[in-house]
Design a protein around this ligand. Structure first.
Ligand code: ZN
Length: 293
């Protein structure tokens, strides 16, 4: 859809312009820190921003608050499970993850958290990351800012009530979110926006073998793998998926851990390409209207 891409590009340009004026931009750090996420003191940002304005007028392709995958040294990946918790399936998945000593990330629906806080508490207790996937799974690009804010706040509250702390990551339902929303959500809630680069389309219920094979075929070091712990076929796919990913030498971390491992893509990246660890945020993979996520 060329028109849509053009629109996205315009929105990205616009939001970057706004960011330069009003917002310390983590995408414009002049040097690559050893630990990019931690080493981004906000007090330094205005100077950094000024330099970047002079040296690199071209806007970044994508804000560094959005991630489809992460450039890492080592075969680390993040398995992510959306739309739960499910009373029937999530506990079974937690059992399986425990057997494999795998840490995963759950992008939970606030409504479901309120209904089954004990499952979310167990997941957090067992080392998994709990992240926001909205209160009731609306398309953020099609609802008001006030509605989005309410969706996020209620979910944040429910998660905090269940596990004692707020999430730091958001996956918008369907992966659908505007550039403007990314910015104000990041400003207000502090969330990084997490999409994915591996999508087995398990919500179409293609059968467990297909889900497994798609994941095995697409997963690379630094991948963020999308699936859903509300579909029985996904659960059925996971034992052999985990076995085979392990056989390929992959190691499983939470999304926040993966972000913290981000390494520069090149030894001397230009200012506009230095984001939070120069992690990739590949625009073509953004599924603006996919039922995935
Ligand atoms: Zn979803």
């Amino acid at each position: 859809m060329p028109n849509y891409r053009l629109l996205l590009a315009c929105a990205a340009t616009l939001s970057f312009t706004v960011a330069l004026v009003a917002q310390p931009a983590p995408a414009t750090k002049p040097a690559v820190p050893a630990h990019p996420i931690e080493a981004a003191p906000k007090a330094l940002a205005p100077n950094v921003e000024k330099q970047a304005t002079l040296k690199s007028p071209a806007p970044p392709k994508e804000p560094a608050i959005t991630f489809n995958s992460v450039h890492v040294d080592g075969r680390y990946i993040a398995m992510t499970f959306d739309d739960g918790p499910s009373a029937a399936l999530t506990p079974k998945l937690l059992d399986l993850l425990a057997t494999h000593h795998i840490k995963a990330t759950f992008f939970v629906i606030g409504e479901n958290v309120a209904e089954h806080p004990e499952i979310v508490a167990r997941a957090a207790r067992e080392g998994h990351e709990i992240a926001s996937h909205s209160w009731s799974h609306p398309n953020f690009a099609k609802i008001s800012q006030e509605s989005v804010r309410s969706q996020l706040q209620r979910t944040d509250d429910a998660i905090k009530s269940a596990i004692g702390k707020s999430p730091t990551l958001l996956r918008p339902p369907y992966g659908s979110i505007t550039e403007r929303e990314k910015r104000w959500i990041h400003d207000e809630f502090g969330y990084d926006i997490i999409l994915w680069d591996v999508d087995p389309l398990d919500w179409k219920r293609p059968g467990s073998a297909v889900v497994r094979n798609r994941i095995l075929k697409e997963t690379r070091p630094g991948s963020i793998v999308l699936s859903h712990d509300i579909h029985p076929g996904t659960l059925e796919a996971m034992p052999s998926t985990f076995d085979e990913l392990e056989a390929k030498g992959f190691r499983f971390v939470t999304v926040s851990e993966l972000l913290a491992m981000a390494s520069p893509v090149t030894p001397y990246p230009k200012a506009e390409t230095i984001g939070k660890g120069a992690a990739k945020a590949a625009p073509p993979a953004v599924p603006a209207s996919s039922p995935g996520g």
